[in-house]
Design a protein around this ligand. Sequence first.
Ligand code: NAD
Length: 461
Amino acid sequence: MKLLVTGGAGFIGSNFIHYWFKKYPDDQIINLDSLTYAGHLSSLKDLENNPNYKFIKGDIADLSIVDEAMNGVDIVINFAAETHVDRSIIDPTVFIKTNCLGTGVLLHAALKNNVKRFHHISTDEVYGQLKKDDPPFNESSEFAPRSPYAASKAGAEHLVLAYFITYGLPITITNCADNYGPYHDPEKLIPRFITNLLQDKKVPLMGQGENIREWLYVLDHCSAIDLILKKGKVGEKYLIAGTELANIDVTRKILKLLNKDESYIQYVPHRLGHDFRYAIDDSKIRALGFKSEVEFDQGLSQTIEWYKQNEWWWKILKQDRPNTDRTAQKSYQALPNVIMALHAENWNKIVYPITGKTFVAIVDIRPESETFAKVETFEFDARNHQALFIAKGLANSICVNGDKGVHYIYLVDDYYDGSDTKAVAFDDPDLNISWPVKNPILSERDKNNPKLRDLYPEKFS
Ligand code: NAD
């Protein structure tokens, strides 16, 4: 049997390849992966000399590479995706390209190459969120995705089903709960918390940790896919459940296993549109004979042990990346002619316009700075995908100068109660900023901001 596994250098894909070779060592596997930041060949180091394993570096949205990789393949299993919800909020376009267009290209090539099965890995997030007492999702639940990630996965799933209905491509789909286990990138909750604690750092928990997820040990997910490939009905989808737990409970279990107390929890704000709860009714796959083998507590201990034993795998990943543990997202919308006045906070921020045109003025109001009172201005058009970094203590202002209003996202790297905010009048004559709007709309607070010389008279004497 010859399998094409896409995204095999990622978390679940690499576990699946290990799982499969352990069980079916004579099969051939081609791993097609473009090696984004989430793809790690180190996860498959032990297979480098296996003659039945072949790695191809390539994008699933590239038809010529996909077509060649699929030559003679019996089964395609599509794991490749952009998967991190936080990243999808910052740049949804790459999610749409990989998850929707990429899946479409794979389907097109699968049809052309007469593959015997196209198995698509989807997620429970396509169904949106549940309230505390809502019944769990099942295969008939309506799609209601809420993040760009979930929406792109929902789009992909519609395409997969359309290829079955329209062209008779033999597909199956699984929608799985959150996975955990070895080779999980330390940007995700469980591995991030484990590796932070192993480095004696705090763990960033959103809200009060009240959000609820289901957790499935990754090798149980692999055996569920194996079962669907053998016994699943073509054209059908199957939901795979896990153990339902609030994030605070997962956190407490990790703390306990690593002998840390709750002072290691850093409570941080929720991500934008944070889904409250996912839960799954898995009767359909259980009727086929599926039962997960690994209890959560056992799987968590095993996972922690793996991260303890395999620092070589994860340490380098954390080193190469900015620390985003305390990063929060904030979203603002403003109408034409609005000026949000010059305010400085005690955090670094990145401003990223999603729609519209803005004029941004930045003033250095740090009295100790050599560039005190210096003004810089920038014009932004969201269509150019620009972002602006504003260092801690610099005052910035956003002026909406298009005719449609703007929507922008802030990423900030610290939290505080607002009491440290310093604001300066937008029309301070010492700053002499040429605003592009004539009669600006200001908030009550911004109408009364002091001039810079009122704040720091000694700097002007
Ligand atoms: P991951 O982010 O760890 O890995 C994704 C892999 O896909 C990486 O190796 C990356 O390099 C590769 N990739 C990304 N874009 C590509 C492209 N354009 N062409 C080729 N390769 C590309 O993801 P994961 O956690 O292993 O998830 C695998 C699949 O399972 C995804 O489809 C995800 O939506 C789904 N899923 C994941 C979970 C979970 O808890 N991790 C739960 C349910 C469903």
